[in-house]
Design a binder for this molecule. Structure first.
Ligand code: DQA
Length: 147
């Protein structure tokens, strides 16, 4: 069984993108730490990054259809603050979803204070840096990963 780790726009640039905000951990590092945490719980991690909103929706549909995804770690990045489509996809698929942000959006610009994902997220982890992904995988594995 698997956990889907879904990263949205501009997160492919992690490591070099505004390192004072997002740190120097790369997307490859994030995906490796998610895989290691999933393995620790006897699960696999499937990691997807896309800059396109529709592809995020498609990835959620595919995860639900696959039947072996126990939960989703979702950093929808900027689409967090805009995407009714993502909100609807999480509702439609009913996949347990943990919303992750590397930074703490509530400590930043007002437009980052709204999340369309939070109302349907099982938990929200923000401001913990890249470690937030590890905590999210751990949470999903503990709650939904039992065989
Ligand atoms: C982010 C926060 C968002 O506001 C921003 O648009 C991102 C990254 C984070 O991980 O801190 O791209 O989701």
């Amino acid at each position: 069984r698997r956990i889907l780790v879904l990263n949205g726009p501009n997160l492919n640039l992690l490591g070099t993108r505004e390192p004072e905000i997002y740190g120097t951990t790369t997307l490859a590092d994030v995906e490796a730490l998610c895989a290691a945490e999933a393995t620790r719980h006897g699960l696999q991690a499937t990691c997807v990054q896309t800059n396109s909103e529709g592809a995020l929706v498609d990835a959620l549909h595919e995860a639900a259809a696959a039947g072996d995804v126990v939960g989703v770690v979702l950093n929808a990045a900027a689409y967090t603050h805009t995407s009714v489509a993502l909100l609807d996809a999480i509702k439609a698929t009913r996949l347990p979803t943990v919303e992750v942000h590397i930074s703490n959006p509530h400590a930043r610009e007002a437009f980052r204070h709204v999340s369309y994902v939070s109302p349907v997220a099982e938990a929200v982890i923000a401001g913990a840096g890249a470690d937030g992904y590890r905590y999210a995988v751990d949470l999903l594995a503990r709650r939904h990963g039992a065989a």
